[in-house]
Structures are given as structure tokens and as C-alpha cells.
Design a protein around this ligand. Sequence first.
Ligand code: APR
Ligand code: ZN
Ligand code: ZN
Length: 389
Amino acid sequence: MTSPEFANGETRGKIITCKAAVAYGPGEPFVIEQIHVHPPQNMEVRIKILYSSICHTDVSGWKGENEAQRAFPRIFGHEASGVVESVGKGVSEIKEGDIVVPIFNGECGECCYCKCEKSNMCERFGVNPMRKVMESDGRSRFSTIHGKPIFHFMNTSTFTEYTVVDSACVVNLHHVQTLNIKKLTLLSCGVPTGVGAAWNIANVHSGSSVAVFGLGAVGLAVAEGARASGASKIIGVDINPDKFIKAQALGVTDFINPREAEKPVYERIREMTNGGVDFSFECAGLSDVLRDAFLSTHEGWGLTVVLGIHTSPRLLPIHPMELFDGRRIVGSVFGGFKGRSQLPHFATKCGRGVVKLDDFITHELPFEEVNKAFDLLISGKSLRCLLHF
Ligand code: APR
Ligand code: ZN
Ligand code: ZN
């Protein structure tokens, strides 16, 4: 892949003045304005964003659904691709001109989680929607042109022409010749989150039955991962019947609209699958949906994987005695992938066509139309709308 000619060294070490979409309050429309982006410090990377898409977690953060997350003004966005403009001291694995994707769930490589094969958490750079400044010095690298700090989001902040992230939260995909940059954008969050939940967390195997609750990009990535693993039945559940059309192309074999169902969804699924599915995935972030997902699996071995981001203070809608029926439940972040060390291999697999990426990008808009792109996701019209810069 040839790097676009963005990294010519001219801006290295300097403050960059560029456009960003700034959110000033929960649910308020984004304001496109000039901001200052400060140079990367030790172990940090400044990226020129080429594409950014919108994931439901951006919507939750922007709406301020979890009170503790509220921090404004803020630059949202965490699914993107870009080219490295400059690097701070100590960065050796990434250089100017490299094609990269930022990851909200970083990998420092040195903490007890990063060294443990069983986990993709990271003590310093794990997913943390509360964090609003850089980890290294507790400051922001963004400010208004009048010098007022603007907060970061999810270790990434990608609704801006330039961003600064820690090198632990950057994956170098420069070597992936078989995927264009638009498709690489999908690898920053939604697709590995869903496919990885099927592969790494559930271990969906050939012939198994699966139910996916919520057919946004995350849920459809689960379906695609399950299809690639040879699942024989993939039931999609969504209140928006339009989703089934896309879903069929991505492996979903049956569809249930809870609003049209005459009985609880889990009962319907148990009937369709001789007692319940082997695996269910909650990809809507709603506790009632989670309960249905949990009860839709087979007694004795069923496993429910939670991918949806749930608002506080709701607790798990399950009575402890229900766990005695042998159903299990587990959460999944970034599909269990360790970003820096495992995403490049996943990208290569996608490039070989193991996972089909074509159907996920449904819209494309100029970055300035970010508010319209949010409307498309919220109204259920888009899976991923790419903003181009
Ligand atoms: N039952 C089933 N599906 C529902 C329900 C419901 N009661 N309510 C909403 N949905 C569907 C929506 O119609 C939509 O198709 O859930 C889907 C959610 O998809 P998106 O909004 O496109 O979200 P996505 O980006 O896929 O993220 C899904 O994963 O990472 C998390 O924060 C993210 O919680 C979100 C989830
Ligand atoms: Zn996301
Ligand atoms: Zn770590």
C-alpha cells in the first residue's frame, strides 16, 4: 500500500491547526471548528485521520447515557484509519507515513494482563470510557484556538483531521496490501468486536446454532464470524425488519422481530432449535434483550456473550439460581483480540476473504456531515457510515 503524501515532516514537533467535530454538551449537535492539536509526547503518535466511522458507543458517549462519562467539550469517534504524521520519543514500531488504525482497547505489552494469554485487558490502556485525557501526563492534546482544553474519548478521538493517541493504542497495518483503507477502518472496532466474540470468546464451531440480538454492525459481524466458523443456524433478532435484508447476506438464516412475536423471543428460539441455541450474543445494550438472549440458549451448555454497552445503574437481569441450569454468561471487549499483537493477523485473514467486509459500509459522507451520519445510525438506516476527510 502506498502511503498518501501526508507525512512530509513539515508539521513534526509543531502544533497543528485543523478541523474537528466538537461536542459541547450531551446530545448537542457537533460543531465543526478549528482546533489545535499538540505534538505527540513520549510514546505517543499523531495520526492524520483518513476515514472515521460511527459506532453505537459514540452515540452512548455523546448522549452522556452513563453520567460518569459526561465530559465536554469533547471529540468523540473511535473507529478510524489514518496515516502517521509524526511520533513522539521512544516510538519504534511505528514510523511517519505508516497506515494505522487506532484502538480503544490498547495493549501496552508489559502489564500483567498484556502478558497473560487469557485476557486482552490492559492495565494502562484498556477500554475506559471515563478517561478524558492522555494517560501519560493527565493532559489533553486538543485545545480550542483560544487555549481551552477539549477532552479525548476512549483512548482515540477520531472525529478530527488529526488526533494524538498513545502508541499502545495504535495498530500498524501498513503491510496489509489486500485491504483498502476504507475496509481497514472497519477493523478499528466493530468487525473484530463481533467476529472475535464468535471466534475467541464463544468458539463457535461447525454445525452449532447461534442467536444474535441486535443486527447493527457489531451483531452482523458476530453473524459473519459464526458463518465463517460453519454455524448451521444463525437466528437474527431485531426490532427493525430492514436489518434482515443485510443480515441474510452475512449468514443470518432466520429472523425474529420481537415486536411481531406472539410469545417471548426466547421461547420462540427454544422451539426453533430443539431446546435452545448453543450460543447467543447480546449486541443491543438493553437489559431486557440480555435476559431474552440468556434464556434462549440450551440448558446445560448454552453460552451468552454480552457485547452491548449497558447504561448504569441497571444490573444483570438474571437470578443466581438460573445459573444452576448450566447456562453461562460472559462479557467480551474487542472480541478478545489483543490489538497490537493479534489484529494484524486478523487483518490478513480478512484480506484473504475469510471474513467478508463489503456489506458493512453502507454510507459515505464528508466529515463535515457528521451530524447527518449520526442520524443515519440512530435511525437504523446505516451499518457503518464512513466519514472521509
Ligand atoms: N431487540 C433487538 N434488537 C434491538 C432492540 C431490541 N429490543 N432494540 C434495538 N435493537 C437493534 C437496533 O435496531 C439495531 O439494529 O440493535 C441494533 C444496534 O445496532 P447499532 O445501533 O448499529 O449499534 P452497533 O454499532 O452495532 O453496536 C451494538 O455493541 O459495542 C456495542 O455500544 C455498542 O451497545 C452497542 C452494541
Ligand atoms: Zn465501537
Ligand atoms: Zn498492558
